[in-house]
Ligand binder design. Structure first.
Ligand code: HEC
Length: 155
């Protein structure tokens, strides 16, 4: 009896660890060495994306951009966002980092894992479905939900 209990609690510990790992995605290390986009400015103050952006695409994602936005499983794209300091010509402090990672298990968000991070790299807890996917679906449903294109990287 006791051994069953021990087994069950070990199993539940394992499950909790697995679930929380899935719930808190990790920002890929070394993404600043990936292919970097041109500087992008969003001046619409009502947008979550108001600010200055640099997009980083890993090798798989670069191939996806070159195929006119058809991305293979595992492709990763990161955006660093900076505030606009006075005029749109000046980058203020970094204020947000976001990640999209192609993951077929994420059915509710078009087969992409969406995750937001603070500047410290810790998950910011923004909801991937209501906060992220709704906007990407609206703007890029015909482009694999990726709004930027190869032009943004001068590819
Ligand atoms: C208000 C609309 C909006 C919301 C909400 C939004 N995004 Fe985006 N996202 C954009 C736009 C516009 C771009 C295009 C590139 C740019 O200007 O940075 C973009 C680009 C991206 C990119 C680069 C690939 C691409 O699609 O071009 C990633 C990664 C990304 N967003 C992740 C997220 C995540 C994660 C969230 C939720 C935390 C989120 N986004 C919420 C509008 C939005």
């Amino acid at each position: 009896m006791r051994s069953i209990f021990v087994l069950l609690s070990a199993l539940s510990l394992f499950l909790t660890a697995t679930i929380s790992e899935a719930a808190s995605p990790v920002l890929p290390k070394g993404y600043t060495a990936w292919k970097k986009s041109e500087r992008k400015v969003v001046t619409d103050k009502s947008s979550l994306f108001y600010g200055i952006h640099y997009i980083y695409a890993d090798k798989k994602a670069v191939r996806g951009y070159l195929a006119d936005n058809k991305f293979a499983e595992g492709s990763r794209i990161v955006v660093e966002s900076y505030t606009i300091k006075g005029s749109p010509d000046v980058d203020g402090p970094k204020n947000m980092i976001v990640l999209m990672q192609k993951d077929k298990r994420q059915k509710a968000t078009g087969g992409w894992l969406f995750a937001g991070f603070g500047v410290d790299g810790k998950p910011s807890g923004l909801d991937p479905v209501t906060t992220c996917f709704s906007c990407h679906q609206k703007d890029a449903a015909g482009r694999d939900f990726v709004i930027s294109t190869k032009k943004d990287f001068k590819l």
